[in-house]
Write a protein that binds this ligand. Structure first.
Ligand SMILES: NC(=O)C1=CN([C@@H]2O[C@H](COP(=O)(O)OP(=O)(O)OC[C@H]3O[C@@H](n4cnc5c(N)ncnc54)[C@H](OP(=O)(O)O)[C@@H]3O)[C@@H](O)[C@H]2O)C=CC1
Ligand SMILES: O=C(O)CCC(=O)C(=O)O
Length: 444
């Protein structure tokens, strides 16, 4: 058995019942096997993979809170501090009923590689809760966030671990979390990113993941002699990532045909309007169906996924494993030539393999959605220096970071004779950076 096979077996044995974590690990191990083969003896001796695959620390805690009816409620909170080889732990908080140890481990593991690709000094972490914000009142959200922070604040800080948003955690939640952090610690410091502009947030952080996704997609298309302008694009989701991907694709001359939530999708041949999505999701906090009340040319398709709509480019921006093999086959049959992941691991392994076999340009999330965390790191830097940079400056940095990520993943793939395989490239480039830092810091 090879070192990589042994390690995969061990991960499954040590983390039973964690399918998402196993899936994320398997994809990385399959890619880095090419590197491991060259250094097997040395890596075995240093227990590189064993250390890389074991989170440095995992916190799980009770979150008891009182809802707007005065009733006691209990949820489980998590913070997984996966790897701090290149900087303080960094990664979002997810509030969603599907959150469990497997989802937390997969996200924190992916984050370690993604953060390395940004070229910034940030390690990998992730947290969240099985709390479902859907249908909750503002008071419920505030009470939950405050109780969550009463435990979380012990583990975070600007030089230790800096959480941000993810599914179910946006500007409102970060505000409530930050207010309680400050009350508990008496410190006005950058212990969270994605903060409001009135209290230390960075311009462009709200837009960063969706914009960054669009910038790297354009870069990938440009190298294939194409451009987003004039293309039909399917976006899934209608949250933070989807909204700003829709906005930027539209600005760059593409037509976004779809947006969705867990109830179904809306289709508009004239192009989905980001401002309408913002009104529905950020102001009314309503379901995607309402889009059709505001835009008469749109239709709502309940209970279906956007991938049945013919498009040139697909941008999955909702949740893990939302694009499966059947969806991939439909996309290819309908002429789609590029997929870039806005969400974390939205494409199943079978679908990824199929798309790559079919010659579809495929950019994995750890590269293509890294713009969000990259601008979070710029927010951390601004907080440390007590400065605020302009929208243009930060957006320009974001563009350069995404171009650099494209370059890194293409070059790493080419180094191992896998030109155009950005999955292999992203995993190898991230791995090399993290492992170099781990080796230089000794066995810890
Ligand atoms: N925010 C960020 O900066 C970053 C986010 N990501 C990743 O991007 C993805 C989206 O995050 P974000 O936009 O922040 O989250 P949001 O909570 O803002 O939006 C999530 C969206 O996905 C939809 N969704 C969830 N589950 C499903 C489903 N099963 N089918 C269809 N739609 C679904 C939600 O709909 P509903 O309301 O019905 O659940 C909602 O529209 C996640 O994978 C996240 O990890 C990656 C990098 C950075
Ligand atoms: O901005 C951040 O720190 C984290 C963003 C995030 O959760 C992600 O990249 O998946």
């Amino acid at each position: 058995m090879t070192y990589v096979e042994e390690i995969m077996e061990q991960v499954v044995k040590n983390n039973p019942g964690q399918p998402e974590f196993h899936q994320a690990v398997k994809e990385v191990l399959d890619s880095i096997a090419l590197v491991i083969d060259k250094h097997e003896e040395e890596y075995r001796e240093l227990r590189i993979l064993e250390r890389l695959l074991e989170p440095e620390r995992s916190h799980s805690f009770r979150v008891a809170w009182i809802d707007h009816n005065g009733k006691a409620q209990v949820n489980r909170g998590y913070r997984v501090q996966f790897n701090s080889a290149i900087g303080p732990y960094k990664g979002g908080l997810r509030f969603h009923p599907t959150v469990n140890s497997s989802v937390m481990n997969f996200l924190a593991f992916e984050q370690t590689f993604k953060n390395a690709l940004t070229g910034q000094a940030i390690g990998g972490g992730k947290g969240g809760s099985d709390f479902d914000p859907k249908g909750k009142t503002d008071i419920d959200i505030m009470n939950f966030c405050q109780s969550f922070m009463v435990e979380l604040y012990k583990y975070i800080g600007p030089n230790e671990d800096v959480p941000a948003g993810d599914i179910g955690v946006g500007g409102r939640e970060i505000g409530y979390l930050y207010g309680m952090y400050k009350r508990l610690t008496h410190q006005y410091e950058g212990a969270l990113s994605g903060k409001g502009l009135s209290y230390g947030g960075s311009l462009v952080r709200t837009e960063a993941t969706g914009y960054g996704l669009t910038y790297i997609t354009e870069e990938m298309l440009r190298h294939a002699g194409k451009t987003i302008a004039g293309k039909k694009v399917c976006v899934s989701g209608s949250g933070n990532v989807a909204t700003y991907a829709i906005e930027k694709v539209t600005q760059m001359g593409g037509t976004v045909l779809t947006a969705s939530d867990s109830s179904g999708y809306v289709y508009d041949p004239n192009g989905i309007q980001a401002d309408v999505i913002k009104e529905i999701k950020e102001v009314r906090r309503a379901r995607i169906k309402e889009y059709c009340d505001l835009v008469p040319t749109a239709t709502f398709v309940p209970g279906k996924k956007v991938w049945e709509v013919a498009c040139d480019v697909a941008l999955p921006c909702a949740i893990q494993n939302e694009l499966d093999l059947d969806d991939a086959k439909t996309l290819v049959a309908n002429g789609c030539f590029a997929v870039a992941e806005g969400a974390n691991m939205p494409t199943t392994r079978e679908a990824t393999d199929y798309l790559q076999e079919q010659g579809i340009l495929f950019m994995p999330g750890k590269a293509s959605n890294a713009g969000g965390v990259a601008v979070s790191a710029l927010e951390m830097a601004q907080n440390s220096m007590r400065i605020s940079r302009s929208f243009e400056e930060v957006d320009n940095d974001l563009k350069n970071i995404m171009k650099d990520i494209y370059k890194q993943v293409s070059e790493a793939a080419a180094d191992y004779d896998r030109e155009g395989n950005f999955v292999v490239g992203a995993n190898i480039a991230g791995f090399r950076r993290v492992v170099k830092a781990m080796r230089e810091q000794g066995i810890v």
